[in-house]
Design a protein around this ligand. Structure first.
Ligand code: TYD
Length: 220
């Protein structure tokens, strides 16, 4: 399904740990609804019963935990189910999808910080989800000091297997996101995540203006 064949708009919010994505996903969905759009909110890993079950395996792995390759495959499997059973059918009905994380999280975490490389993650996504891309990926960024503050505030007590990785791993995630966004200025909008939730929300709406304008013009 190409972007031209679907009618709903697909927006993903990305970023490292604790940049405020979940709050922004809710605020964005409310704003879109207020503008008369039908909106479905989802998240990754998760969004369907199968993908939510895989989420539990990923964030709270049994035994010794997954190898890097197994982890990437599980994220891709969860995403394949989510795309086939929820995201594509929703977009085909003309409904907007706002998703808390999507494939660029796999590219930044498993491909970049995890060392598997971008071609491997893209190949899994091509196979699992026919390479579906969001119409726009919003990358929420906070500065280094804020990232360090948030990572140290966790004090080693992060509740899941990925959030609990080292500060170096999370710094590498942030760098990978920045690289991905820099290499694809059409597909990404980098939004400053510093400030109040409302200030950040206003920046996100501004970044999405071209898609909102296209929708108002009857294109979506
Ligand atoms: P979540 O509790 O949703 O984290 P956050 O609130 O920071 O979004 O947990 C998702 C975790 O999974 C988070 O640490 C990022 C990680 N993740 C990956 O490593 N690869 C992926 O493809 C996705 C979607 C998430």
């Amino acid at each position: 399904m190409s972007a031209a064949e679907r009618t709903g708009c697909f927006i993903a919010l990305e970023g490292g740990e604790g940049v405020g994505k979940s709050t922004q996903v809710c605020l964005l969905a409310e704003a879109l609804t207020a503008r008369g759009k039908q909106v479905v909110v989802s998240r990754e890993p998760g969004g369907t019963p199968g993908a939510e079950a895989i989420r539990e395996l990923l964030l709270h792995p049994p035994g010794k935990g997954w190898t890097a390759e197994a982890e990437a495959l599980l994220f891709a499997a969860a995403r394949a189910d989510h795309v086939a059973r929820l995201i594509r059918p929703t977009l085909e009905k003309g409904i907007w999808v706002v998703c808390d994380r999507f494939v660029d999280s796999s590219r930044a975490y498993q491909g970049g910080a995890g060392g598997l490389g971008d071609p491997a993650i893209r190949a899994l996504h091509d196979f699992g989800s026919d390479g579906l891309r969001p119409d726009c990926t919003i990358l929420l960024e906070v500065d280094e000091a804020r990232l360090a503050e948030r990572l140290s505030a966790r004090d080693g007590s992060a509740s899941d297997a990925i959030g609990g990785r080292s500060a170096d791993y999370h710094r590498a995630v942030a760098q990978s996101f920045r690289r991905l966004a820099g290499a694809d200025p059409q597909g990404f909008r980098i939004v400053d995540g510093m400030g109040t939730p409302f200030e950040v929300h206003e920046r996100i709406l501004e970044a999405l203006e071209p898609w909102l304008a296209a929708a108002n013009g009857g294109l979506k």
